[in-house]
Design a protein around this ligand. Structure first.
Ligand SMILES: O=P(O)(O)OC[C@H]1O[C@H](OP(=O)(O)OP(=O)(O)O)[C@H](O)[C@@H]1O
Ligand SMILES: Nc1ncnc2[nH]cnc12
Length: 182
């Protein structure tokens, strides 16, 4: 389900297109103007916090780095804990790792092995769903850490990259909520 038209328009008006970044052929969606606008950032935080309630999440997982910026205030607003999924080599404790392909390159993400527990219901939050590689790897990590995926929520889905289709098996029936799809 997408956001109501008024919220969608507000959020979309604060996302800038940057052609050929970080490499030729990529249209980069820059969310920094949205972050700098308290009304838009607050409305986005509220929308994600509502999803925590709707899906009975008791943990928010944010994906490095832009996902951290969005997910941390959501966790505070929803009154639940925040758990980071980080790029490989950044977490100090014992980790679980998963590699994946990006729209531009490859990467590996990690989670602390003891960050989640059986019975935890997790809403995974990121800014952009592109090819779906990052989200897919993160859903796998959440499950390998013993928790249940309550849902995946993104600000912006790049529909033409078909991330949703790639994610379908990995979602295992959990909802994918994109506030905006372009
Ligand atoms: O659906 P995908 O093709 O996997 O792409 C989406 C991911 O790409 C971006 O992260 P990026 O790795 O560029 O890092 P950043 O958040 O640290 O800028 C974005 O924030 C998503 O996490
Ligand atoms: N086109 C894009 N804009 C912003 N973030 C992205 N992550 C992957 N592709 C992206």
């Amino acid at each position: 389900m997408s956001a109501p038209a008024e919220l969608r328009e507000l959020l979309l008006s604060r996302i800038t297109d940057v052609p050929d970044y970080p490499q030729p052929g990529v249209m980069f969606k820059d969310i920094t103007p949205l972050l700098a606008d308290a009304r838009a950032f607050g409305a986005l935080t509220d929308a994600f916090a509502d999803l925590c309630e709707r899906y009975h999440a008791d943990k928010v997982v944010g994906l490095e780095a832009r996902g951290f910026i969005l997910a941390a205030p959501v966790a505070v607003r929803a009154g639940i804990g925040f758990v980071p999924v980080r790029k490989a080599g950044k977490l100090p404790g014992a980790t679980l790792g998963q590699s994946y392909d990006l729209e531009y390159g490859t990467a590996e993400v990690e989670i602390h092995a003891d960050a989640l527990a059986p019975g935890d219901r997790v809403l995974v939050i990121d800014d952009v769903l592109a090819t779906g590689g990052t989200a897919d790897a993160s859903l796998q990590l959440v499950r390998r850490a013993g928790a249940e995926v309550a849902g995946l929520a993104v600000l912006l889905e790049l529909g033409f990259l078909a991330g949703r289709q790639r994610l379908e098996p990995g979602l295992k029936g959990a909802p994918l909520e994109a506030l905006i799809t372009v």
